[in-house]
Design a protein around this ligand. Structure first.
Ligand code: FFO
Ligand code: GTP
Ligand code: MG
Length: 453
């Protein structure tokens, strides 16, 4: 492999801070450190206090800690130098522009350090994705999920399955290449039950109610109902902040408004939407279209119905109520209503809960929040089993299953076809971990990272 160009980037966040870290990786990292300090006496994995200077005019840039790592024992597997500098704008800009003048270096692209770690075998793609998830984790449960994936939970699962397929494939191919040799009868037949078991393991793994994806992306709760039902007021009451505009004018909310909450360590996103009604004007109709669109993506819908208008509920509102909905009788301070009335009037509808709230008196708000938390946590709670977190993995696993299901038919027909199905299935698993040739995938995955990571 040809030596890669040495890259550098600010690895800590933007903005003023006590300390910032600039990271260099590649064959010229140590040389660049010498250029900045005029010193050669650095020891791998030992932090050394040193003065950084611009080699052109000897101007003083910072008093810094330099921490070098000798390849292959570094995050990227290459020579790495970390400069732990003072975190102000002038210092970071000064050091970065000095590095910029060094012709043997270039700025890192987003995710490039991690990409090199992957290319040097420090991690597979699922671990790299876990690392990215860890950096973006907003809640404790998301952090745990990401750390588990970084530790290789998915890598071991998918690699195990792939190894099983590769070993079956070896037998099938031996049978094709040496049909007259003294091999056991019906290799394809013998593989059949194993393939079926694997297929059902894969399906079991996929059949997770999208738990991992919900936990990773946040559990989406959409507040819906007629104009003036009190949706924006409810959202503000739940979030305990004035995120959405409230007014007595019907049709106040047009765009969907989001607020993220941490409920017991689990990420929940509330979305307030435009009131749904017929014969709305042009802008409001667009808002309603967006509301219905959000309703389709919702993990849970809060359907607000004004207590003081009951039992008058529009058809549009009733149609939204399903087994992933709570009915919320809003503005309970205006009318005293028993939640049980809902079932009496609409026995065929099956909302999970029916509650009453008032955004003015706060009646029922904390009770609703508790019910919402219980429901969403139950949908996201994970056990020890490795858990699927991405659409990319789901699609590849589904494709893998389709090849395995085709094997069942091919095995009766033709050993060559059967082997090809197994090979394709193994390839699908390999594309998830990246332990096969997946060059075109890499740009997509790593461009999603931050610079300096
Ligand atoms: N200063 C600093 N802090 C950091 C990082 C970093 O790169 N720099 N990390 C960056 O993400 C995380 C720690 N992850 C790291 C992972 C591997 C290696 C490393 O040097 N690995 C070598 C040696 C392993 C060992 O000593 O056990 C290797 O894998 O060969 C360093 C950091 C979080 N904190
Ligand atoms: N008394 C009382 N008034 C409320 C309550 N909730 C909302 N209101 C009032 O009802 C009116 C409409 O409230 P919003 O929260 O803007 O209603 P909305 O459903 O978001 O309305 P649109 O965005 O137009 O669809 C405002 O005047 C609020 O002050 C409540 O719990 N009690
Ligand atoms: Mg509103």
């Amino acid at each position: 492999m040809t030596a890669q160009k040495t890259i550098y980037a600010l690895s800590s966040g933007a903005g003023t801070a006590g300390v910032a870290v600039i990271r260099l990786s590649g064959p010229d990292s140590f040389e660049a450190l010498t250029t900045l300090t005029g010193r050669h006496d650095f020891e791998p994995r030992v932090a050394t206090l040193c003065k950084l200077k611009d080699p052109d005019d000897r101007s003083h840039l910072d008093h810094a800690l330099a921490l070098p790592f000798k390849e292959p024992y570094s995050f990227t597997g290459e020579d790495v130098v970390e400069l732990h500098i003072h975190g102000g704008r002038a210092v970071t800009e000064g050091v970065l522009s000095t590095l910029h003048k060094n012709k043997s270096l270039r700025m890192a692209e987003p995710g490039e350090f991690t990409r090199r770690a992957f290319e040097n075998g420090k991690m597979d793609l699922t671990e790299a994705e876990g690392l990215n998830d860890l950096i973006h984790a907003q809640t404790a449960a998301q952090r745990q999920l990401a750390l588990r994936q970084m530790d290789g939970a998915l890598r071991h699962l998918y690699e195990g399955w792939r190894r099983d397929l590769v070993s079956l494939l070896a037998h099938l191919e031996a049978d094709i290449d040496f049909p007259d040799e003294d091999l056991p009868e019906g290799v394809a037949e013998a593989a059949r039950p194993k393939i079926r078991t694997l297929c059902s393991d894969l399906k079991g793994h996929l059949d997770d109610n999208n738990k991992g994806q919900a936990l990773r992306n946040g559990f989406t709760i959409v507040i819906l109902g007629a104009p003036n039902a009190g949706k924006s007021s409810l959202m503000n009451a739940l979030a305990q902040s004035d995120v959405a505009i409230v007014s007595d004018e019907a049709g106040t909310t047009r765009d969907a408004i989001e607020v993220n909450l941490d409920l017991g360590g689990y990420p929940v996103r509330f979305i307030d939407t435009a009131g749904i009604r017929e014969n709305a004007g042009k802008v409001e109709s667009e808002g309603i279209k967006r509301a219905l669109n959000k309703a389709e993506q919702a993990h849970l819908k809060l359907i607000t119905i004004r207590a003081d208008e009951w039992p008058d509920v529009s058809r549009e509102t009733l149609e939204l109520i399903d087994d992933r909905s709570f009915v919320v009788f809003s503005q309970s301070d205006k009318a005293d209503l028993d939640p049980a009335m809902f079932h009496v009037k609409h026995p065929s509808l099956r909302p999970v809960e029916v509650t009453t709230t008032s955004s003015v008196t706060q009646q029922g708000i904390s009770d609703l929040l508790e019910k919402v938390e219980r429901y969403s946590v139950a949908q996201m709670e994970i056990n020890e089993a490795p858990i699927l977190t991405r659409m990319r993995h789901r699609t590849a696993l589904e494709e893998c299953i389709s090849h395995l299901e085709r094997f069942d038919q091919s095995a009766t027909l033709d050993a060559v076809l059967a082997a090809e199905d197994v090979r394709m299935a193994a390839r699908c698993l390999g594309s998830i971990t990246g332990l096969i040739d997946v060059e075109e995938l890499l740009d997509v995955i790593f461009s999603d990272f931050c610079i300096g990571k």
